[in-house]
Design a protein around this ligand. Structure first.
Ligand SMILES: [Fe+2]
Length: 273
């Protein structure tokens, strides 16, 4: 059940993501949730955006039907609540990537003022109120690109297309590299974008898995594992326990069966010597 606090513009609900899902989100930097929003609301959103072309789309945040069915859609709310903790701050700004198709390919970019580090104090969320097949130029995202800054406009990346049916929502870490893809169909493509905000300190406040092992969990390989593990520890409220020796030590992951025992350098508790 969603508990909406109108006065403080926050919400709370039960978390829905597990340890493994949170760690996967730290590795990839995005989570696609397809076809969640009812068709009637998708059509209403599309019509609203057509009817209010001169007014900033932020006014849609104040519409009860939009808040209850999109911003507080139960699966979206549960995922966001899992990552940001209780009393999640609702958006104060709405953007619409409104594209008259056909349109050319855009540049890969991090959004303005991206920070690169372990803290996840807000989540950037995108919503397609209409079908987004490849012909409508869906956004392309590059999994794992939220960890380190990349120069703008690099062309060689191979990302993942967010092709999805109407009513789909994808949750991202703000600094994730993305671009508009080329559209070949004609018509207006809307893509709404907003942020949810953290209002409480991070802690491991999501679905715990009894067999989840911080020592052997998959934090990724060389080059990225230290960033991913640091982010996961920060989200758990254990950033001060995080340390790594680098090299082949924890938290670097190798293919299953590669090692005969757990990695050295696991930071939990005092050093073992
Ligand atoms: Fe962007």
């Amino acid at each position: 059940m969603i508990r909406h606090d109108k006065k403080n513009r926050t919400f709370d609900c039960e978390p829905t993501l597990t340890d493994t899902q949170i760690l996967k989100f730290c590795r990839e930097g995005f989570l696609m949730m397809e076809g969640l929003v009812p068709d009637e609301i998708n059509r209403r959103t599309f019509a609203y955006l057509d009817e209010h072309p001169s007014k900033g789309p932020s006014s849609i945040i104040l519409e009860d039907w939009f808040r209850d069915n999109v911003l507080l859609e139960p699966q979206v709310a549960g995922a966001v609540r899992s990552i940001l903790g209780t009393a999640v701050g609702l958006p104060v700004l709405m953007s619409n990537h409104r594209v008259q198709c056909p349109a050319p390919l855009g540049d890969w970019h991090h959004d303005a003022d991206s920070l690169f580090g372990p803290e996840v104090n807000y989540l950037q969320v995108f919503y397609y109120p209409q079908d987004a097949p490849v012909e409508m130029g869906p956004t392309e995202v590059l999994p794992g690109s939220h960890l380190q800054e990349s120069p703008r406009g690099v062309e060689h990346h191979r990302g993942v297309l967010t092709t999805a049916p109407a009513g789909s929502v994808f949750i991202t870490i703000y600094s994730l590299l993305h671009r508009r893809t080329k559209s070949t169909a004609s018509g207006m493509r809307n893509l709404l974008k907003w942020s949810y905000w953290r209002t409480v300190p991070p802690k491991r406040d999501w679905i715990h898995e009894l067999d989840f092992d911080f020592h052997t969990a998959d934090y990724g390989g060389h080059g990225v594992c230290k960033y991913i593990a640091h982010m996961f520890y920060w989200l758990c409220g254990k950033a001060d326990e995080f340390r790594t020796w680098g090299g082949q030590s924890w938290p670097c992951s190798f293919p299953p069966g590669s090692q005969i025992d757990k990695s050295y350098g696991f930071p939990s508790g005092p050093p073992k010597w």
